[in-house]
Design a protein around this ligand. Structure first.
Ligand code: AMP
Length: 114
C-alpha cells in the first residue's frame, strides 16, 4: 500500500469524522460536503480501492455493507426514499481511492446523474 487515503486515516483515528455507525467490519460517517440533507458514507475497514478491486472473498463484506446501509436509511428517517451510489474510477467520478457507498436522501433526487 502507498500513502494512506483520507478514509484510512479516519479508520485509524488520525483525523476526525462525524461517525454514525461502526462495527468490526465497517464505518459510517457524514460526508464533509453533503450533496443532500442526509449524506452518509459507508466504508469497509479493509483497504479496497473500489468495486473494480473487489475479490470474490469480499462478497459477504459487501453484503454486510448493504445491510448497514439499509439500517442507516431507516434510522436516519429516509422512508420516503434514498439513493446508494458508489463512484468507480476516474470517469466514474471517484475522488477517494477507498471503497465507499454514498447514502443520499432527504430530498427528491434527480436522474440521470451528470
Ligand atoms: P467520491 O468522489 O465518490 O470518491 O466520494 C468521496 C467523498 O468523500 C466526497 O463526497 C467527499 O465530500 C467526501 N470526503 C472527502 N474527505 C472527507 C472527510 N475528511 N470526511 C468526510 N467526507 C469526506
Amino acid at each position: 500500500m502507498g500513502e494512506k487515503t483520507i478514509f484510512k486515516k479516519i479508520i485509524d483515528g488520525e483525523i476526525p469524522a462525524n461517525v454514525v455507525y461502526e462495527d468490526e467490519k465497517c464505518l459510517a460517517f457524514h460526508d464533509v460536503a453533503p450533496q443532500a440533507p442526509t449524506h452518509v458514507l459507508v466504508i469497509p475497514k479493509k483497504e479496497i480501492r473500489s468495486v473494480s478491486d473487489l475479490s470474490d472473498e469480499d462478497a459477504a463484506l459487501v453484503g454486510h455493507l448493504f445491510v448497514v446501509l439499509r439500517n442507516l436509511a431507516h434510522e436516519l428517517g429516509l422512508e420516503a426514499g434514498y439513493r446508494v451510489v458508489t463512484n468507480c474510477g476516474v470517469e466514474g467520478g471517484q475522488s477517494v481511492d477507498h471503497l465507499h457507498f454514498h447514502l443520499l436522501g432527504g430530498r427528491a433526487l434527480s436522474w440521470p446523474p451528470g
